[in-house]
Design a binder for this molecule. Structure first.
Ligand code: HPA
Length: 273
């Protein structure tokens, strides 16, 4: 069980690395999206493995480090690679960086991920603004003794994805001429892709996109009072939507194609958050 002191020790170590840089926004970069961290001004890199109590990312294309620096004029703390349940970490370990970011003064989380489209109107390479998520059976990061220093035992999730930030994202996407779907992210732990029957069930329940990340972080961000904005990049049609198998390599290829839109949209939103 992680204690409040563990989070404090991690934050203290990071402060020692970044000096008087005070991050405002935490940006988590999903599979294939790590390139955005390279655009940071005067970056300071802090590998997860060096931080007390941290775990490191093992997923392909996840560098496993924080990048602190300015992006679009904002002081950002970027997770170049995140942790996933499927790597063997529990939900609290996966969400750990969010609470550490809060202790460093961060007020808002922008979470990004790769997803499989459940909604037949979506196409590979398009972006979805997350309006809400569904986590029915998978582990929850808030289970266990509540850390009152971060937030209440029973945390409200009515506006888990902040309505004002979503409006900003819609406006900026329209200005840039980037098509932006808005839909519900259905959380699966992976690592295997879903079965077609699971995808049909998720669609019946209201899911528009399937993915293996983001939800633990968003739950903890809400718990500790951070505003959240989430973007999913459609890297494939979910299992059973097309008569072909899914291949993890396609995820990275699709992310590569959508790079420019993705980067432009995040950069346009940052100054308004
Ligand atoms: N399912 C779950 N996670 C994903 C997918 C998918 O089809 N594509 C990219 N991440």
């Amino acid at each position: 069980m992680l204690t409040y002191q563990d989070y404090q020790r991690s934050a203290q170590y990071i402060r020692g690395q970044i000096g008087d840089f005070q991050p405002e926004i935490l940006l988590t970069l999903g599979s294939g999206l790590g390139f955005l961290a390279e655009e940071t001004e005067d970056p300071v890199f802090v590998p997860y493995g060096q931080i007390p109590h941290f775990q490191t990312s093992t997923a392909p294309d996840h560098a496993g480090r924080f990048v602190f620096g300015k992006l679009a004029g904002r002081r950002t703390m970027i997770m170049q690679g995140r942790l996933h349940l499927y790597e063997g970490y529990d939900a609290q370990q996966v969400a750990y960086p969010v609470r550490v970011a809060r202790l460093l003064g961060v007020q808002a989380l922008i979470a990004t991920n790769a997803c499989g489209a459940i909604n037949a109107d979506y196409k590979v390479g398009e972006l979805m603004l997350i309006s809400d998520h569904i986590r029915l059976f998978d582990p929850d990061p808030l289970i266990g003794p509540n850390l009152d220093e971060f937030g209440p035992r029973f945390c409200d999730m009515t506006y888990a994805y902040d309505p004002e930030l979503r409006q900003i994202a819609r406006e900026e996407a329209a200005k840039l001429g980037i098509p932006l779907h808005e839909g519900v992210y259905f959380y699966f732990t992976g690592p295997q892709f879903e079965t077609p029957a699971e995808i049909r069930a998720a669609r019946l329940l209201g899911g528009d996109a399937a993915g293996m990340s983001t939800v633990p972080e968003v739950i903890c961000a809400n718990h500790c009072g951070m505003k959240t904005l989430g973007f999913s990049l459609v890297t494939n049609m979910a299992a059973g939507m097309l008569s072909q198998r899914l291949d993890g390599v396609d995820v990275l290829q699709a992310a590569e194609q959508a790079k420019d839109d993705f980067s432009a949209l995040i950069r346009a939103c940052l100054p308004r958050i």
